[in-house]
Ligand binder design. Structure first.
Ligand code: BGC
Length: 890
């Protein structure tokens, strides 16, 4: 979250490169900062940098104190917020507090549509004041329903309005929502760079609007505004636009959608997320989005049946065209059929350049797979046609087309109907997804891990389309809830996710039923009737928990406490004697099945525990007690029902039936050792070091093995290339993650971009690089650096931009030494586990001076507070700053 890393887009950089870039930035920063503390950087409001159009009445502030000394902390801060006229609306004065995240605004009421600037300074542990930060800005959206003067209009897929301004605009904002999707155009060009806006929400509850600064688009005199509309998830066309203008001389003008607008069907003949777009350029209404166009033949728009949801500000990174990608190969498998290979499975679309006679229809079909003869294989897209058609207007000039209101998940494109022979620049791809910035980087000496990491980055990012989707290509692409919680932690370690998941949690809340149940997909897809499978619906408490653990977000806990409690009570209403037998999917797509009741009861237990934990966080001891007790009852029932004391197994003895009760310590202490060694034997001997788990067991297996001293087995599984494994997919050409362990290419369920098995990516950061949060001080206020130096891994490196600031941990080893480079942000503390690696007499140096020798801590190195021996490691207690530990010994 800190400083200028915001500008790094992961897709432009290889992971190693990013780690390097962050390191370089750190090096530059510390060189320039030898003189102590500096102004805070990384100012954010509601997790966003300079957001425009937020509607939280009491937004929260974040900053990163900068300090070159070790063991630095903030002791007090001062925030000054002023409005655009320069008037102070909040001055905290000097406020004694070590907190610099989630600081809740408490000044004069913030006003609808108004902009504010804020600056912050801090005092360090020695009471020295920093300079003030540079000013950051935030702007309020339309706060009250009554601020909306505009009306929803519907009907045709192209609507327009001309208006005139008496004087030059000095400030203008457009507030816009469009269903399913819109493109706002003013005076001949598209406004902004958002794509596939408005994002998918439960439209009957909440519709997201975007705020644009359109000052530069407008001028004195005649202006025109137009909106193109697509079907999207709404499957209809509706829009609402309100433009607020301040002109020279202090006049105001408001332009709104109302019955005075006119509409027509434009060049987009049809559009569908799954099927693609057909665009007939002969039907273009050239000049329609500029003043002076003759719209006499256009129809008045319809004001009937406005969408039901309340308008709410879009407070998360929008979907954008993030990067372009040039095909790596073009083949001509049959006459007139050209197949382009982009070398990467991605979400987005192609830009086409073509010249030819009017009426020529050029067709683009998108696919993940090829047949042996080089033709595309679209079987696994099922009913999604994924086809864009462009019909030329002709006339001799080059024509350029790219679709607006669809997207495809694909690696290959088939081009047919092309007049002539395509050239290298005939097609170019756009990578399109929610524009979340990079937050972390992982790399290591093991190539296969780096390839998995790379596939995870592509797999997850191409499934962030306003909501976390299950896949990007076939006739689904929905917010399947288990998929969502399974890759959430990996997403949070790689990308800047808090605003995205805050929005998603609102979607879940909006989708909760009166009985407390939530749907399997959020927003609820038409077919997702009834309550979610317990393992799917538990995404609700799980995402709340992850937001709390990784970002320290207490407000999310407050907002969702009631909802998580109701979800848990719903499960309770389905339980009999502590057991939930209701299950639809269980441990999905496994090698070896696990009884659904075991899986469902595990999530029932966990949900109860999470409600208890949330109650503790919110200081509700009575509720915490009640749900702890419920959890204990479920725990006992689980053991009683599924444990067979003769064989010491749970249920059918599948790997997952060991993993789940061990992962949450549902299994009583006295049987855990035996269970763990049986699980290990099952993996190592019975299955020749392979897993047999589905999406659920796979996620929890890795942290379980690690914390029980079996990181070596986890490492072998993660680097395995035999079936089933991630390496198996990669050796067969995967550039993202498959839905199934099996390699399949047929007409059934086998997507080649399904991020749910990306759960293992969290283990890369936490076990291999060793960067861990501590639950008691969430949001990485308290950090545990505990890398697993295992297998043939010679080095690993992780960086993570947390809400506290930058954390990094890299280690490398040679035959007799281990070197660890660590950075801890200002205000945080950490324990660093330096593994002894079976050496007898360990000597540890920090930046050259001895800090551990003859079994004792040697004081003197700044920031290194103490050390102790714990099991197989020497554990150092450190404050903020950058450290180099070197362990030698034999
Ligand atoms: C989706 C999943 C989802 C599952 C439910 C599939 O069709 O793609 O990933 O979780 O259905 O079982």
């Amino acid at each position: 979250m800190a400083r200028g890393h915001d500008v790094i887009r992961w897709s432009r950089l290889h992971t190693d490169k990013m780690t390097l870039t962050i390191r370089l930035m750190m090096a530059t920063t510390s060189a320039a900062a030898l003189w102590g503390q500096q102004a805070p950087t990384g100012l954010r409001c509601e997790y966003l940098t300079d957001p425009m159009g937020i509607d939280t009445p009491r937004p929260r502030f974040y900053w990163t104190p900068q300090h070159s000394e070790r063991g630095a902390a903030q002791s007090a801060y001062q925030i000054i917020v002023s409005d655009d006229t320069g008037q102070t609306v909040w001055d905290t004065g000097r406020t004694e507090s070590p907190e610099f995240t989630h600081i809740v605004y408490a000044g004069k009421p913030l006003e609808s549509g108004k902009g504010y600037h804020w600056r912050v300074r801090y005092w360090d542990q020695a009471d020295r004041a920093s300079p003030y930060s540079e000013a950051a800005r935030f702007e309020m959206g339309l706060l009250a329903a009554s601020d909306w003067k505009a009306k929803w209009i519907r009907g045709s897929n192209q609507v327009r309005k001309e208006f005139s301004l008496e004087a030059r605009p000095v400030s203008a904002r457009a507030y816009v929502a469009g269903l399913g999707y819109y493109e706002l155009r003013i005076n001949g060009s598209k406004v902004g760079d958002r794509m596939l806006d408005s994002p998918y929400t439960a439209y009957d509850k909440r519709i997201l609007y975007s705020t644009y600064d359109v000052t530069g688009w407008l001028h004195a005199g005649a202006n025109a505004v137009g909106v193109m509309l697509g079907e999207g998830w709404f499957q209809g066309c509706a829009t609402i636009v309100q433009i607020e203008v301040q002109t020279e001389g202090g006049r105001r003008a408001t332009i709104v959608t109302d019955s005075g607008w006119k509409g027509t069907q434009g060049a987009i003949v049809s559009d569908s997320i799954y099927n693609g777009e057909t665009y007939d350029a002969r039907r273009e209404t050239s000049g329609w989005d500029a003043p002076g166009y003759n719209d006499a033949r256009w129809e008045p728009v319809n004001l009937k049946d406005p969408p039901k949801g309340a308008l709410s500000a879009q407070m998360m990174p929008p979907i954008r065209a993030i990067a372009n990608i040039v095909p790596v190969k073009m083949t001509n498998p049959k006459p007139g059929v050209w197949v382009f290979d982009l070398g990467q499975n991605l979400s987005g679309w192609m830009r086409l350049k073509v010249r030819g006679p009017a009426g020529t229809a050029v067709k683009l079909r998108h696919a993940e797979l090829l047949y042996d003869d080089g033709m595309i294989n679209v079987e696994n897209l099922r009913s999604a046609r994924a086809t864009d058609v462009y019909i030329l207007k002709g006339g001799g000039a080059e024509e350029t087309y790219e679709p607006r209101f669809t997207y495809h998940g694909f690696r290959y494109v088939e081009l047919t109907g092309f007049p002539g022979t395509p050239q290298p620049d005939t097609l170019m791809g756009w990578v399109v997804h929610s524009d979340v910035q990079a937050a972390g980087g992982f790399s290591s000496s093991k190539q296969i891990l780096n390839q998995i990491q790379r596939n995870i980055l592509w797999g997850i990012s191409s499934n962030l389309e306003g909501i976390p989707t299950d896949c990007n290509q076939r006739d689904e692409r929905m917010g399947w809830m288990a998929d969502a919680h399974l890759y959430a932690e990996t997403a949070m370690l790689n990308f800047d996710m808090p605003a995205f998941y805050s929005n998603y949690l609102r979607n879940i809340r909006d989708s909760q039923d009166a009985d407390g149940s939530v749907p399997d997909t959020v927003p609820r897809a038409r077919f997702a009737v009834g309550p979610a499978d317990p393992a799917w619906g538990s995404a609700y408490p799980l995402l709340v928990l992850y937001m709390y653990q990784r970002y320290g977000d207490r407000r999310v806990v407050e907002e969702n406490f009631e909802g998580m409690r109701r979800w848990t009570d719903f499960l309770r209403s389905r339980a009999k004697d502590g057991i939930v037998t209701f299950s639809k999917y269980g441990d999905w797509v496994p090698i070896e099945k696990t009884p659904g009741a075991l899986v469902s009861t595990f999530y029932f237990y966990w949900s109860a525990e999470m409600v208890a934990r949330a109650a503790e966080i919110l200081s509700k001891p009575a509720e915490a007690g009640r749900y702890h007790q419920l959890a204990n009852e479920i725990k006992a029932a689980f053991h009683q029902r599924f444990f067979d004391s003769e064989t010491s197994t749970y249920a059918n003895g599948s790997q997952t039936s060991y993993i789940l009760p061990l992962f949450l310590d549902i299994a009583p202490r006295e049987v855990r050792g035996r269970l763990m060694s049986q699980l290990r034997d099952n993996i190592v001997y019975a299955r020749n070091t392979h897993l047999a788990t589905g999406i659920l067991g796979t996620k929890y297996l890795f942290p379980l093995l690690t914390r029980t001293g079996n990181a070596d087995v986890a490492y072998e599984l993660a680097t395995q290339t035999g079936y089933p494994s991630w390496g198996f997919m990669i050796e067969r050409g995967a550039t993202t993650l498959w839905e199934l362990w099996q390699e399949k290419t047929g007409a059934a369920m086998n997507s080649h971009n399904h991020p749910m098995f990306g759960s293992v990516g969290a283990w890369f950061y936490e076990a291999l690089a060793g960067i861990n949060f501590e639950d008691a001080r969430p949001g990485y206020r308290r950090i545990r650096i505990e890398p697993q130096v295992t297998g043939d891994l010679n080095w690993a490196s992780g960086t993570l931009n947390t809400v506290e600031g930058l954390v990094s941990s890299s280690w490398s080893r040679s035959t007799d030494s281990l070197r660890m480079e660590i950075t801890i942000p200002v205000g945080a503390t950490a324990e660093v586990h330096v593994p002894k690696l079976r050496a007898n007499s360990v000597v540890v140096k920090e930046s050259g001076s001895e800090v551990w020798k003859d079994g004792r801590f040697e004081a003197g190195s700044p920031g290194v507070v103490s050390a102790r021996e714990a099991g197989e490691a020497v554990v150092f207690e450190i404050g903020s700053g950058s450290y180099v530990f070197e362990r030698t010994g034999n």
